[in-house]
Design a protein around this ligand. Structure first.
Ligand SMILES: [Ca+2]
Ligand SMILES: [Ca+2]
Length: 187
């Protein structure tokens, strides 16, 4: 009878395979955990960026100080710093790498790489409203994208109390800045 020493090739391969499976099984939870952490950090940052932009927009008057305003900037409002009412932000986009705060300082966070920010503002009428009147609701949407795909979107409705337009205002005691904010956050 032939005396057996060592392992056959098949046995060695099986042992290597089992070891490899074991190593993968041990390593995967760690890499998956790190990946989840990255995703969480990015998501948290994205939420902060969306919120920050929303607050900046909501701090602006509903109506343009000069009167008529359409979604998008008016003549002379060529930069974000010159926006003077909510709907001027319509169509405002910051591509990846150029997300800046309200002071014009670019975000240098590594987690912000590949994040971009997009704003749309639309006037809407709710049921029962006279569509012949100036709209009193604006829907503001701030979307943060990661590598071009939606990461999260924050939407709010801003209500402007109907009242004298800016051209009729005699002083700063003007109630056109509205209230009643409804927020929908899509996570
Ligand atoms: Ca304006
Ligand atoms: Ca405008």
């Amino acid at each position: 009878m032939k005396r057996r020493t060592g392992f056959t090739l098949a046995e060695s391969l099986l042992a290597i395979t089992l070891l490899a499976v074991g190593v993968i099984a041990i390593t995967m939870p760690f890499t998956a955990g790190a990946q989840n952490e990255q995703d969480d950090v990015r998501r948290m940052l994205g939420a902060a960026l969306a919120q920050e932009m929303m607050e900046e927009i909501l701090a602006k008057p509903f109506n343009d100080p000069d009167g008529a305003s359409a979604p998008g900037p008016e003549t002379g409002e060529s930069s974000r710093a010159a926006f003077d009412n909510i709907d001027d932000y319509h169509g405002y986009d910051e591509s990846a790498g150029s997300v800046t705060n309200a002071y014009g300082i670019a975000l240098s966070e590594a987690a912000a790489t590949d994040l971009s920010r997009h704003v749309s503002v639309a006037y809407i009428y709710v049921a029962g409203q006279d569509t012949g009147e100036s709209p009193t609701f604006a829907r503001i949407t701030v979307e943060v994208r990661y590598q071009g795909d939606e990461l999260l979107t924050v939407t709010r409705l801003k209500y402007a109390y109907p009242g004298p337009g800016p051209e009729d205002a005699l002083d700063d005691d003007d109630n056109s800045d509205g209230g009643d904010i409804v927020e929908e956050e899509d996570a």
